[in-house]
Design a protein around this ligand. Structure first.
Ligand code: FAD
Ligand code: NAI
Length: 469
């Protein structure tokens, strides 16, 4: 048994865990974290949000310089790819971020124990280091923030070279001639875009009849058209029934989702991106009796408490969208509650962004959700083709859509496809947090010329009084 007991030990230093630990330490709790990776930051910083955004940024500039710089009068000669250097740029971004978390943990005097944590009893954690040595720690509260892992496709082995998950797709050593992506969700479309921009022929196979199934249908349709124009190919309502690795790559067997004649495609690399599952392997939950649901998620109440007193859970390992900012906000709320304050996450206002070009962003309800709930709503829409700044920049694909309650005008949701959509959505998120009406957004003076004026015009559009269309 080591040292004096902690107030709080967090298992996992992803965005949920490290943020929870920092907030707890700020509030005066004696806090420790346990992380089995060599670096902090979890999936997001090591093999998720950060490396994928670095590659999206670099590959976007690569494509811009190849296809669009000349239109702007910028002559740069032949654009060439140095993939190794681009991967180095990505790794620098990852290092900078993971070291930043290490610094913050130290700054907040949080003890960081490297190794795999297992809950051996309520209030007790055993940490096994890589060399097999173990240490046991006591804590009044334990937070499970162990995140998620790739969903496997039955019968398809991921070797992270020919058949890759997102992790392997972030470290390919050469640009594949042909890349087949299984699943038209966020990972498939973001990483599919990276490799298409760098020269791969990309085909996305999706089981359902639409891409980004969780998103507003109109946005999904337009997004598919835009990605199609960029050269991404889609096979919707199609399922992969087998992947066989060959000397040259992989042979993929597909058939219509409803059943029918199979066909085969020979490709160089297959990306399996069909979702993620909560990760609780080796945590010892069965031993202490922590309940999980039928999807393997740790069951918690509104205060993130499991059924075992003193054990809590946040982030990807519990229900809700698997997003870094959702995990972070839960971490803050939980730390505040454990410290005796009131913590809160508004699940109705969690933005969702796809970082392609153009970006796709949403917050609140989609039209389909409002219809299903029987809520009457008004729609205000404004295209970027009518926005001065988008026109000046030559980036006019997409539109802003604002959904407001037909009776009260309260903003219920917003959906944006277009340049900087991921930043623009936050104006509406803040408005929704304050319970604003579309009139409130419409009456707010927006600087000209900005892309944000499209948000104002969409708000004006709720009452059919947009000025520039
Ligand atoms: P994680 O980040 O998964 O962290 C869990 C940590 O726990 C890990 O470091 C793991 O090593 C550790 N751990 C697990 N078990 C143990 C144990 N027993 N002992 C010790 N340590 C343990 N989300 C966004 O919001 N925006 C994005 O742009 C985005 N891009 C993504 C791109 C990709 C390719 C992927 C895969 C995901 C992306 N996500 C994105 C999702 C985001 O990464 C997750 O929602 C987020 O990381 C969840 O945070 P978490 O703290 O719950 O878990
Ligand atoms: P996803 O849930 O976003 O999409 C998976 C897609 O695969 C769905 O469209 C689904 O219908 C399809 N699918 C499922 N089984 C299939 C099958 N057998 N054959 C063909 N298609 C199939 O999952 P994804 O893309 O793997 O991402 C996992 C999570 O990571 C996301 O839910 C998201 O929360 C997070 N993430 C967030 C990002 C962001 O915020 N920008 C970026 C990347 C990941």
């Amino acid at each position: 048994m080591s040292d004096a007991p902690y107030d709080l030990i967090v298992i996992g230093t992803g965005p949920g865990g490290y943020v929870c630990a920092i907030r707890a330490a700020q509030l005066g709790l004696k806090t420790a974290v346990v992380e089995k990776r060599k670096t902090h930051g979890g999936t997001c910083l090591n093999v998720g949000c950060i490396p994928s955004k670095a590659l999206l940024h670099a590959s976007h500039l690569f494509e811009e310089s190849k296809k669009h710089f000349a239109d702007l009068g910028i002559v740069v000669g032949e654009t060439k790819l140095d993939l190794q250097k681009m991967m180095g740029f990505k790794s620098e971004g990852v290092d900078g971020n993971t070291k930043g978390v290490e610094f913050l943990l130290k700054k907040n005097k949080i003890d960081a124990h490297q190794g795999t944590g297992r809950i051996t009893a309520p209030g007790q954690i055993e940490v096994t280091a890589d060399d097999g040595s173990t240490k046991t720690f006591q804590a009044k509260s334990i937070v499970i923030a162990t995140g998620s892992d790739v969903t496997r496709l039955r019968g398809v082995e991921i070797d992270e070279r020919t058949v890759v998950s997102s992790t392997g797709a972030l470290t390919l050593e050469t640009v594949p001639g042909k890349l087949l992506v299984i699943g038209a969700g966020v990972i498939g479309l973001e990483l599919g875009s990276v490799w298409r921009r760098l020269g791969a022929e990309v085909t996305v196979v999706e089981y359902l009849d639409r891409i980004l199934p969780g998103m507003d249908v109109e946005i999904g349709k337009q997004f598919q058209r835009i990605l199609g124009k960029q050269g991404m190919q889609f096979r919707l309502s199609t399922k992969v029934t087998g992947v066989e690795t060959t000397n040259a790559g992989a042979r993929v067997t597909l058939e219509p989702a409803a059943g029918g004649t199979p066909e085969t495609l020979d490709v160089d690399v297959v990306l399996v991106s069909i979702g993620r599952v909560p990760y609780t392997d080796g945590l010892g939950l069965e031993g202490v009796g922590v309940a999980k649901d039928d999807k393997g998620r740790v069951v918690v109440d509104a205060h993130y408490a499991t059924n075992v007193p003193g054990i809590y859970a946040i982030g990807d390992v519990i229900a809700g969208p698997m997003l870094a900012h959702k995990a972070e906000d839960e971490g803050i709320a939980l730390a505040e509650m454990i410290a005796g304050k009131g913590g809160h996450v508004n699940y109705g206002v969690i933005p969702n962004v796809v970082y392609t070009f153009p970006e796709v962003a949403s917050v609140g309800k989609s039209e389909e959700e409002l219809k299903a709930e029987g809520v009457s709503y008004s729609v205000g829409k404004f295209p970027f083709t009518a926005n001065g700044r988008a026109k000046a920049n030559g980036q006019t694909d997409g539109f802003v859509k604002i959904l407001a309650d037909a009776a009260t005008d309260r903003v219920l949701g917003a959906h944006i496809i277009g340049p900087e959509a991921g930043n623009l959505i936050h104006e509406v998120a803040v408005a929704m947090e304050f319970g604003a009406s579309s009139e409130d957004i419409a009456r707010t003076c927006h600087a000209h010329p900005t892309l944000a004026e499209a948000v104002k015009e969409a708000a004006l559009g709720v009452e059919k009084r947009a000025i520039h269309m």
